[in-house]
Design a binder for this molecule. Structure first.
Ligand SMILES: [Cu+2]
Length: 689
């Protein structure tokens, strides 16, 4: 009897203490237009600050708290805040026009949700390209009982920064997916490949039309840790433990993170605890987070260095005190060595998977593996994560693909504007097999859930909210559908997402609340991905002493209008022009209809263009007089600056015309050189805009 009373009393005490611990944590976030100079090179006026700074303030909670966050929009555009990795009610997810109303200029929105989890997360705008302009901050949630006692607990927030307005960056990528290769001096070429002994790889990439491996599309001006290129993060002394909550808030950069050759222990991934693993380095995709513990063993000041995956820049933060211990530079990347057979640390190696699977926790802790770089197969949950066997399963393949020439990105060959929903049933276990058919990494993020990453750890597969799918790799994830709502599933490369690589996972039983519906009806395919079906422009002007041309293009996801007038000297000056409306059927193939003027006659044309292996553009025209025309054109990049364009036009009503040039490109926009045609030669320039 006494024992029972005692137990009841204990339960009461526990219940009361728990209730009193459930604190309401209030925070205001004021978003404003700001002028900042984060690169140290230029002050820019497109920045968005939160409470006056970049990054936004760190929000700190304890599991069980209630969050009340008031977002105040003092800008002249609509804004949003998404709580990345947080298990929130669907209407608190912060995706404008999908889950939450947009916060209009001068508007205020109060987010209220219970804190159901612990770990390291973050928040960011889910509107336009605002995340790249500064709207991102960390979320730190302490568990009720902290397992790891440390002397210092620090957020390490990584991001990429461009002094160019991100809207301009997207416009440039839409002109040419390789736009920033010039700025970064990573243009691949025939002689570049020959000189490094990789001609076969290069030729193969042209033959298969894969192009080279691109680790990053954008040429950034700075990489930052907590908003700075270099800083003393914390003064720590020998014998102290430092917990680092590393968050990749980059818009389109993967980061390597290391402390030189120092080892550190990974204790959680994407906020979820994993069996401790020792490593010297991490590779973080956008939106991924890792918590690590670093034991300061000597009285030194260690450099924590984040290096962009394409080795185009670094950021540093110093930990410790005393003599500085710098992290070594990473070797520059061979432009041609990379192909899809090369492994990224996130790829599965069957052998390693076998080694790790079936090991129990105590064995793991005994032999905390020591790694040079952490890979996914080293992540093991601390408790079983498998779902009950009775839950129905739905398996779906998601193919990631893209078209670099028009910078459009697809899931299962469609952009989100073309095919938006994946419908699921509550209670099902949903398995996505994500197959990457591109030469880029895609960090795929699912809102509102943790998924199991099937990494060979069986019942102990780790829980994540974002998974890196490397070039030509496949990753399989599964989750229990127990959070009714509509949830984004998208690539966390901001420019990929805004060029189509996104979907919405929709619970069949879920009804979109009334306050969202108007937006849903008004703008059915716009949602988060504002730019997807916008039109983008591109133009070329050629001015040679023997030929001239003006080409203008405007295009959106599938449609394109081309206008071209040209003139060349063959015995005398003649002119021609055409205007064509095109429809892209897949990334290599379009059909067109339009008109052409030739020899002072105009006629209607229909036809088709196909991109052949080696990126030879071939077009067949049939005109309203029953005549036939064949065009072939190709660019050959000899060195990073020297290139040739050649083209052939064959008409059955006339002979064959050809032209070829040899140009020296100063940058993406301008080139000088010489041009040959059937029977003339000349010099001049080319401008692209
Ligand atoms: Cu992507």
């Amino acid at each position: 009897m006494k024992l029972i009373l005692k137990s009841i009393l204990l339960v009461l005490v526990l219940v009361i203490s728990q209730t009193s611990l459930a604190k309401l944590i209030k925070q205001n976030l004021v978003i404003e237009n700001g002028k900042v100079n984060l690169s140290g090179q230029r002050e820019v006026n497109f920045a968005l600050t939160v409470n006056g700074g970049i990054p936004a303030p760190t929000l700190e909670f304890t599991e069980g708290d209630e969050a009340e966050i008031t977002v105040i929009n003092k800008t002249n555009e609509e804004v949003s805040i998404h709580w990345h990795g947080m298990l929130v009610p669907n209407n608190m997810d912060g995706v404008s026009n999908l889950t939450t109303p947009p916060i209009l200029p001068g508007g205020v929105y109060v987010f209220k949700f219970p804190i159901r989890q612990s770990g390291t997360y973050w928040y960011h705008s889910h509107t336009g390209l605002q995340e790249q302009r500064g709207v991102f901050g960390a979320i730190v949630i302490h568990p009720k009982l902290e397992k790891y006692q440390v002397d210092h607990d620090m957020v390490v927030m990584l991001n990429d920064w461009t002094d160019e307005n991100p809207e301009e960056v997207l416009k440039n990528l839409k002109k040419d997916g390789d736009f920033y290769q010039h700025k970064k001096d990573t243009v691949r070429s025939v002689f570049g490949a020959l000189g490094t002994g990789h001609f076969n790889t290069y030729f193969e990439s042209l033959k298969t039309r894969m192009g080279g491996m691109d680790l990053s599309d954008v040429g950034y001006d700075a990489f930052l840790i907590n908003g700075k290129k270099d800083q003393q993060l914390v003064l720590a002394h020998s014998g102290q433990k430092v917990r680092l909550r590393i968050i990749n808030a980059g818009a389109s950069s993967y980061f390597y993170v290391n402390l030189g050759k120092q080892k550190f222990t990974v204790i959680s991934a994407d906020g979820q605890s994993v069996n401790p693993v020792q490593t010297q380095e991490l590779l973080l995709g956008m939106a991924e987070t890792y918590d690590v513990i670093f034991n300061v063993q000597e009285q030194k000041n260690y450099e924590l260095r984040a290096t962009a995956q394409d080795i185009s820049g670094t950021a540093s933060a110093w930990i410790g005190a005393g003599e500085k211990e710098s992290a070594p530079d990473k070797a520059p990347l061979g432009l041609y060595e990379m192909n899809h057979t090369e492994h990224s640390p996130h790829d599965m190696s069957a052998m390693e998977m076998d080694d790790m699977a079936g090991m129990d926790i105590s064995e793991m802790e005994d032999m905390v593996p020591q790694l040079e770089i952490l890979s996914y197969q080293n992540l093991r949950a601390i408790a079983p994560t498998e779902f009950s066997g009775s839950a129905p399963r739905l398996e779906m393949k998601l193919e990631l693909d893209g078209d670099m020439s028009r910078y459009t990105w697809f899931i299962n060959e469609k952009t989100i504007s073309e095919d938006k929903y994946i419908d699921i049933n509550k209670g099902d276990v949903i398995r996505f097999v994500i197959v990457n058919k591109t030469m880029m990494h895609h960090p795929m993020h699912l809102h509102g859930h943790f998924f199991r990453l099937l990494n060979g750890q069986g019942n102990f597969s780790p829980l994540k909210h974002t998974v890196d799918v490397g070039p030509y790799q496949t990753q399989t994830i599964e989750f229990l559908a127990d959070e009714p709502g509509v949830w984004m599933l998208h690539c966390h490369n901001l420019y990929h997402m805004h060029s189509g690589m996104a979907k919405v996972v929709r619970y069949r039983s879920f009804e979109i609340p009334h306050e969202i519906m108007p937006a849903e009806n008004h703008d059915a395919h716009d949602h988060d991905a504002h730019a997807i079906d916008s039109w983008f422009n591109y133009g070329v002007i050629d001015a040679f002493s023997n030929a001239g041309q003006l080409y203008l293009r405007t295009s959106n996801t599938r449609n394109q209008v081309d206008a071209r007038i040209s003139s060349r000297y063959d015995d005398n000056w003649n002119g021609e022009g055409e205007i064509l409306g095109r429809r892209w059927l897949d990334k290599y193939w379009n059909i067109f209809v339009g008109g052409e003027a030739f020899n002072f006659e105009s006629r209607g044309v229909v036809g088709t263009t196909y991109i052949l292996p080696l990126f030879v553009e071939s077009s067949v025209f049939f005109d309203s007089r029953g005549k036939f025309r064949l065009d072939l054109a190709q660019r050959l990049q000899w060195t990073s600056h020297l290139y040739s364009d050649w083209d052939v036009t064959a008409r059955d009503s006339q002979g064959t015309e050809w032209g070829a040039n040899l140009m020296y490109g100063f940058n993406w926009s301008w080139a000088l050189g010489a041009k040959l045609t059937n029977n003339s030669g000349g010099v001049g320039f080319t401008g692209r805009f």
